[in-house]
Design a protein around this ligand. Structure first.
Ligand code: GDP
Length: 149
């Protein structure tokens, strides 16, 4: 059974990782965002509500540490609770990036999650992994094998 879980959890291509960011949580958008994710055909594999410490946010976004917005982003992402989740669908990374829209909500298509719920480029409602590899790394940052279903 343990072997089965481990093999399954490293399968790639059909899972991505998302966070509902602090402003969207504070504004009461967890339910509407999860409804959009559900209606788009994603299955929830893992989910939790938690608050990142500054250090944890810095670790999660370490790839951006040379960018000018890194400090502000880490302060923002540790400013309140977030929802972290692993979600599953065919071609999950691309399908979810399509559903959330462009990083800058000003450029996001009508009907996308960021167009509907973002309040700024930084406070853009949700995170979505940008590759299968990062989806695995990011999911494992938040969830152990026994928290994935
Ligand atoms: P994503 O993959 O669409 O989330 O975009 P990136 O990986 O490029 O950036 C990570 C996160 O940093 C974004 O989702 C935004 O919250 C934030 N961000 C990106 N670019 C900027 C910027 O130019 N200014 C600020 N303040 N935040 C940014």
């Amino acid at each position: 059974m343990l072997l089965y879980i481990n093999v399954y959890s490293i399968m790639r291509g059909n899972r991505t990782f998302t966070m509902i960011k602090p402003t969207a949580v504070k504004k009461g958008h967890i339910g509407p965002i999860l409804a959009i994710i559900n209606d788009a055909g994603f299955k929830i594999i893992a989910m939790k509500l938690l608050r990142l410490s500054k250090e944890q946010a810095q670790q999660f976004y370490a790839i951006h540490k040379e960018r000018p917005f890194y400090a502000d982003l880490c302060t923002f992402m540790s400013s309140g609770p977030i929802v972290a989740a692993i979600i599953e669908k065919d071609d999950a990374v691309n399908a979810y990036r399509e559903l959330i829209g462009a990083t800058n909500p000003a450029n996001a298509k009508e009907g996308t999650i960021r167009k509907l719920f973002a309040t700024s480029l930084q406070e853009n409602a949700v995170h979505g992994s940008d590759s299968d590899e990062n989806a695995v790394i990011e999911g494992n940052f938040f969830f152990s094998d026994i928290e994935k279903f």
